[in-house]
Structures are given as C-alpha cells and as structure tokens.
Design a protein around this ligand. Structure first.
Ligand code: PAF
Length: 289
C-alpha cells in the first residue's frame, strides 16, 4: 500500500487505474480507524479495482470548543489497518494541500443540516463536512465512496451534495458496526472511561427498545421516543436529541409509517456519542411474532 500526500500524486494514481479500466473506491476517514472503517474498506475492496482510504482530520468540521486537538491520531497504526483491510492507497494530505493559502469556498447544504447534529453542533460542522467531501471527490474523482450509516445525517447530507452538484460518485452507506455489547463503534469511544463505557451501551439498548415496540405494533413517534428515553434515563443519560425523522430527507415524523430513522445523541462522560436505527413499520412477522 502506498501513502500519498499530494493531489498531483493521487490524481496520477487514479488516472492510471481508470486507464486500466478499474473502478475507484474511496473511503473518506479522519483516521483512528476501527472495525466500522474497516468494514467500509472491505466493502470498497469487494467492488473496486483501486481502493483509496483518505486520512484527513478536517479542521473545518470541528467547532471552536470541540475536540480537534484531542482527536486521536496514529497514522502508522491506521496505515497498517487500512492495508490489512485491503486498501491500495492511503491518501493523507497535509492541511496545506487541502486548504492552501487563500482557500475561500464553503459548501452549505441547506435544510437537512438544520436538525439533529446540525442543530447541536451549529451549521459550521456540516459546512466543513460538505466542503471537505466535495474536495476529496474533486481531488480523487472516485466512482464510489463509502460512508458509515452510524453518521446517518452525514450520509443524507453527502447524498444531497452529490445530487445537487451532479457529482458522478455513487454514495454507498454501510451498516453500523457494533461492539459485542452493542455500542456503535466510534473513534470517540476512546474518550470513555470504564464507567462511561458501560453507560454508553444504553444508546443501543434504547434503540432496541424502540425497535421492539414498533415490532409489537406501535407506530406513533411519541410513545416510541418515550420508551427509548426511559432506557437512557435509567442509565443516567439525558440525550441532546432523540428524534424520529424521515430517513431520506430528515423531515420530522409523527409516526414510523413504513420506515423512519430514530436518531440519538448523548454526552456520556467525556464523549459525545451518536447512534441511530432505521425502524421498519411494515416489517413482516418473523418467527418471534
Ligand atoms: O465521517 C468522517 O470521518 C468525516 O466526517 C469525513 C466524512 C471523513 C469528512 O471529514
């Protein structure tokens, strides 16, 4: 696996691959790779001739009081894990390559960025994400790009960006990868001390409880949210948000209908954690019904 740092180098590598008729898959990351990222790399590997993992801790998506400086960084480890998962290239540009002097463009996706994490973190977060993803797509020109469904709102924002700007990139959302006790994998889990780590499992349990209620026939948002909130409260967690939203456009939903997104954010000890579940209102009865 090669480690490339400049736009010129990555463009040359991609041009070679495309000339050879290969599909190019990009997995954008901020490093601190975990099984969630590795599942994206494996998905890209299964579908692409050239697999590029980008590693860039994007300063513009962190708010003034967020964890940019503390964000876990270990490029050697990330490079090894990316290679083992099947990456061909680690694209790790310095900040000056992504945002050279005089950089003056910001992409703002309206609407879907106003709610959930956009409301809690402020509009700057998704402006930073949209801008850097557009930059990465411009620099790498991938055929497909792989994102984790754990960041469900990010997936919606990126899909809207790609559609609105006619970017020729297929956006692939991969399932959430969880620890054996259900905690969704996240680079920010590294901030959890032992007690917080135990309490953090309440997010997934809250989603399980909501899911079970829907499977038992409840469709209204209020009781589904109340049940999930109860699980969080029992673990001493007061969520920043817990909301039922349309999975495609993030509009507020009063009921699950066929399908809706239940999204949670909560501060647990030193970490701000998010998790979500697609609730299926029209699921077929399984053996447990
Ligand atoms: O999901 C992430 O790690 C980041 O938001 C992304 C997509 C790599 C952009 O910096």
């Amino acid at each position: 696996m090669n480690v490339l740092r400049s736009v010129a180098e990555i463009r040359a590598a991609v041009a070679d691959a495309k000339a050879a008729g290969e599909e190019v898959g990009l997995v954008p990351t901020m490093g601190a790779l975990h099984e969630g990222h590795l599942s994206l790399i494996r998905a890209a590997r299964a579908e692409s001739g050239l697999v590029i993992v980008s590693l860039f801790v994007n300063p513009t998506q962190f708010g003034a009081h967020e964890d940019l400086d503390a964000y876990p960084r270990d490029q050697e480890r990330d490079a090894r894990l990316a290679r083992e998962a099947g990456a061909d290239i680690l694209f790790a540009p310095p900040v000056s390559e992504v945002y050279p002097d005089g950089f003056a463009t910001t992409i703002h996706v309206t609407g879907v960025t106003d709610v959930l994490c956009g409301a809690v973190r402020g509009p700057g977060h998704f402006d930073g994400v949209a801008t850097v993803v557009a930059k990465l797509f411009g620099m790498v020109a991938p055929d497909s790009a792989y994102f984790g469904q754990k960041d469900a709102q990010q997936v919606v924002v990126v899909r809207r960006l790609v559609r609105d700007l006619n970017m020729p990139v297929r956006v692939v959302a991969c399932p959430i990868v969880r620890e054996p006790d259900g905690l969704a994998m996240s680079s920010r889990n590294a901030y959890l001390d032992e007690a917080s780590r135990r309490r953090a499992t309440a997010l997934n349990r809250a989603l399980d409880t909501a899911d079970a209620l829907v499977r038992s026939g409840e469709r209204r948002a209020a009781p589904v949210i109340a049940a999930a909130r109860g699980v969080l409260a029992a673990a001493g967690l007061d969520p920043e948000y817990i909301e039922l939203r349309d999975a495609e456009d993030l509009s507020a939903r009063e009921d699950v209908g066929d399908r809706a997104l239940l999204a949670i954010s909560a501060r647990v000890g030193a970490a701000r954690l998010i998790d979500n579940r697609i609730l299926e209102g029209d699921h077929r009865c399984d053996a447990s019904c």
